[in-house]
Design a protein around this ligand. Structure first.
Ligand SMILES: Cc1cc2nc3c(=O)[nH]c(=O)nc-3n(C[C@H](O)[C@H](O)[C@H](O)COP(=O)(O)OP(=O)(O)OC[C@H]3O[C@@H](n4cnc5c(N)ncnc54)[C@H](O)[C@@H]3O)c2cc1C
Length: 524
């Protein structure tokens, strides 16, 4: 799937240049990191709050897998590739391909990398030269000794979705500000820096009154800078990620960009972390489908391998179709993100990116959970047993619809994107163009499904708007998922036709046909 997609999107000479880096990452993910991941299964990060002499140290120890993952991520440019921009806008796609290969074997080390990437993008766009000079070289380096990761501290007890309720206060001092407050979810607390929200004293309530701050978590001796880590969360999944609850007790911090509009100013972080969320979703789906397909050839039941049982083969085909469709959408958003970063994006494509970022994140997050759950069932009882290494796929996937904006919150954001930028028009245009490429008769039914669901989504929006805000909000999730699945089907059809023409491969055609039967229009 990845090879075929890259062959379609990259010019052949560029593909030759990047192939080595991807092959090496594939080897690491399939052999070294995978072995380490299995060996690391029972390890978890540890917080030590006090030393033997009663001093507060709040030391975090990562697991061996995460320590190796950090080095490999830096050296192989899993963040840096997007900033080196050796291949213009396609550098972002190259980077996402590296992340896609790296993710399934590194137990959500993608979390700190996503936030690091988001912080680099945000600082670069902030115009704050002092912070750019201080932090961006560390965030985008390939030197593991110089590499920094970043956290993103938004969620407080008062809310993760409604961050305008944040209670953290920023008081000015001679060197900038000091922050006082309580952050309720801070992932990858081992990071060297964080971007966070706080309300400068005297600012009004709500999101506008918050400001975006930069802080460095530890001093030159490795001690937290006026940060108390109360505990690490005991979570369903992402258990290698040290997610802390903490108090800011006069933490030194610098304004990133102005002393208001923090929620708006942190949005670039979220655009990047949502892209990573989608890439992680397709990466975890791919790992699950690959394992389930392999097992189906080995497990014998009722006289034949499961792969020869029509119903089991149909189950696997459904999973394959979901993961291919999700892959096409996530990487399409990577393409648009790359164009935006290199300023090669048209106005229409920019508003499409604004719409597709939440749509892609919410659609692929839901697919990842569904696929992981079904993958476990494909293994029967073994899928439920920890030492197969399978249950973690489901646990880790379950976070994807929750963090970086829940499904409902992003569905409402989808409506805002349409209202603010007329982005449904470029959406319709891209879907239509994809469908027009299909000449293969076998794709005709799938094309019809995509057209019908696009028309239904468009007419639903008109009706819901005239019915009023409650009806619009109540249907927003079904609407956004329908947009996501329609775009996935359209992109998959386009890829299937290309693959048929250029590779004589019918795999994507089969996936498109199957996906079209799997519920694309979810509006009722
Ligand atoms: C493992 C993990 C790690 C995390 N790491 C971080 C981190 O590093 N930094 C950080 O800032 N946060 C982090 N979070 C927090 C995460 O981003 C929030 O939990 C998430 O944004 C939801 O916020 P909440 O928990 O306050 O839920 P709420 O906002 O209270 O939402 C509860 C439910 O209400 C729904 N809802 C909310 N508003 C509406 C509405 N208007 N209409 C319809 N439905 C609505 C939501 O969809 C959700 O289902 C992490 C969470 C997890 C699980």
């Amino acid at each position: 799937m990845l090879r075929s997609y890259l062959a379609r999107v990259f010019p052949i000479d560029v593909l030759r240049e990047i192939e080595g880096s991807l092959a090496e990452m594939g080897r690491l993910a399939g052999v070294d990191l995978y072995q380490l991941q299995l060996a690391d299964r029972l390890n978890e990060p540890r917080l030590t709050q006090w030393d033997a002499w009663g001093n507060r140290i709040d030391k975090i120890e990562l697991t061996p897998l995460w320590r190796v993952a950090e080095r490999i991520a830096a050296e192989h440019g899993v963040v840096a590739t997007a900033y080196e921009q050796k291949h213009g806008s396609l550098s972002r796609v190259h980077q996402c391909a590296l992340a896609y290969l790296f993710t399934p074997s590194t137990d959500i080390y993608s979390c700190p990398l996503a936030m690091t990437d988001g912080a680099a993008r945000t600082l670069l766009g902030s115009g704050n030269q002092a912070l750019i000079d201080r932090a961006v070289p560390h965030l985008t380096t390939r030197d593991a000794n110089e590499f920094w990761t970043a956290g993103q501290w938004m969620t407080e007890l008062t809310g993760g979705s409604d961050v305008g309720l944040s209670e953290t206060v920023a008081k000015p001092d001679a060197n900038g500000y000091r922050l006082y407050g309580r952050k309720w979810f801070t992932s990858a607390i081992s990071s060297q820096i964080a971007l966070t929200l706080a309300r400068p004293e005297g600012n009004p309530p709500g999101g506008r009154g918050l400001a975006l701050f930069y802080l460095e978590t530890r001093d030159e001796h490795g001690r937290p800078r006026n940060i108390e880590i109360n505990r690490l969360k005991d979570k369903l999944g992402t258990r290698k990620v040290p997610t802390a609850e903490l108090n800011l007790v006069g933490t030194p911090a610098q304004l990133v960009k102005g002393n208001t509009d923090g929620v708006r100013n942190i949005a670039p972080v979220l655009n990047i972390t949502r892209l990573w969320n989608g890439i992680s979703a397709v990466a975890l789906m791919r790992r699950g489908v690959a394992l389930a397909s392999d097992y189906a050839g080995k497990r014998v039941a009722f006289g034949a391998p499961l792969s020869e049982k029509p119903l089991h083969a149909d189950t696997l085909a459904g999973l394959e179709a979901e993961s291919e469709a999700a892959f096409q959408l996530a990487f399409y958003v990577a393409e648009l993100t790359g164009q935006s970063e290199t300023h090669e994006i048209s106005e229409d494509a920019a508003s499409l990116l604004r719409l597709l970022t939440p749509v892609m994140k919410l659609t692929t997050g839901k697919q990842a959970v569904m696929v992981a759950s079904e993958v476990l069932e494909c293994f029967g009882g073994a899928g439920y047993v920890e030492d197969t290494g399978l249950p973690v796929l489901l646990r880790d996937s379950q976070v994807l619809p929750i963090w970086e904006g829940t499904t409902n919150v992003l569905a409402l954001d989808t409506l805002r994107a349409i209202d603010s930028g007329d982005s449904l028009r470029p959406f319709q245009l891209v879907v239509t163009r994809c469908l027009e490429t299909a000449r293969d008769h076998d794709l005709a039914d799938a094309v019809r499904v995509a057209r019908t669901s696009l028309d239904h989504a468009t007419s639903w929006l008109v009706e819901a708007r005239s019915a009023g805000q409650p009806a619009l909000e109540a249907g927003a999730r079904r609407f956004a998922l329908t947009l996501g699945r329609t775009m996935e089907l359209a992109l998959l059809i386009k890829h299937a036709q290309w693959s048929h023409d250029h590779e004589q491969d019918r795999q994507s055609t089969a996936a498109a046909r199957r996906f079209a039967q799997s519920g694309v229009d979810l509006i009722f």
